[in-house]
Design a protein around this ligand. Structure first.
Ligand SMILES: [Zn+2]
Ligand SMILES: [Zn+2]
Length: 290
């Protein structure tokens, strides 16, 4: 068995080789491939019913596949239009409620665009919106921080709210939240964060902001990525990009991090298995040493 049962590597969206639609089938396919986690990509809308959620929850338990959710992209808590801001909060609430039905603990969120606004002001609006979504979920019986954890994502484009410091500041302010560290986005946004010393600094920064327990419950996104002066252009397979994914995994291993690492590569399960191999190599080297 894996030497590090506390860190699971998973796939974003159903494996390409899943024959039937429905997340419970995707869960079964993950297990057949040896993949330990699935992030359901509800990136256009949330359509899961409570009954379907129960099927997904049962499949995940039967196959021992950890679940998370990526909420719809169409969320902008900094919209100047009140309707769009209200719709954004409603989308977070729907994603959170459906995640709770399915037994998916982490709900990953893209939260806002800056437009022409000062970043500090955007942070305030995003924090208010997230707190409102959290209160609405509580009124539906879903306790944020207990039933689901809302995960603001580190974003790849410079026009998007969510650099590392903003995400950490937000997580300090709104209870029941924790970061989704997308290392490809972080790299693309800045051009940096792509060497062992930088990965060390990343975890030091996270621990500095949120305390050492943050490493007992990480949520990470990883893939290759193409980028330019504005940041992210598109995700790439690991083999076609410059991200030092091995060095990054080594930094997680060195810290004894636990939680989920979700692969967002367009090479799908091929790259998940590549990453799992690299991780098994690190775990194996520890066993040999020890
Ligand atoms: Zn995302
Ligand atoms: Zn991501």
């Amino acid at each position: 068995m894996a030497a590090e049962p506390g860190l699971r590597i998973g796939i974003s969206g159903a494996p390409a080789s899943t024959l039937r639609s429905g997340s419970h089938h995707a869960v079964a396919r993950c297990r057949a491939l040896g993949i330990d986690a699935l992030e359901m990509a509800w990136v256009h809308s949330v359509t899961l019913t409570e009954a379907a959620g129960r099927r997904v929850r049962a499949a995940a338990a039967a196959h021992d596949v950890a679940l998370s959710v990526h909420a719809p992209y169409y969320i902008n808590l900094n919209s100047a239009e009140p309707d769009k801001r209200a719709d954004s909060i409603a989308r977070i609430v729907r994603a959170g409620q459906a995640a709770a039905w399915a037994g998916a603990r982490n709900v990953v969120l893209h939260l806002a665009w800056y437009h022409a606004d000062a970043p500090a002001e955007v942070l305030n609006r995003v924090a208010d919106g997230l707190a409102e979504a959290s209160a609405r979920l509580a009124s539906l019986g879903v306790v944020v921080g207990r039933d689901v954890v809302l995960r603001p994502e580190v974003m790849g484009r410079r026009s998007q709210f969510g650099d590392l410091d903003e995400v950490l500041a937000l997580c300090r302010r709104v209870s029941g939240t924790a970061p989704c560290i997308d290392i490809a986005h972080l790299h693309a946004r800045t051009g940096g964060w792509n060497a062992p010393a930088a990965f060390d600094a990343l975890w030091d920064t996270v621990v500095g902001a949120l305390g050492p327990a943050a490493l007992d419950d990480v949520h990470v996104h990883i893939s290759g990525i193409a980028y330019g002066p504005e940041g992210e252009k598109k995700h790439l397979p690991f083999g076609e990009a410059d991200l030092d994914y091995r060095g990054f995994l080594a930094s997680l291993h060195a810290r004894g991090a636990r939680g989920l690492v979700i692969v967002e590569s367009p090479a799908r399960e091929d790259d998940v298995l590549l990453l799992m191999d690299a991780w098994a190599g690190l775990a194996g080297s520890t066993e040999a040493d020890g």
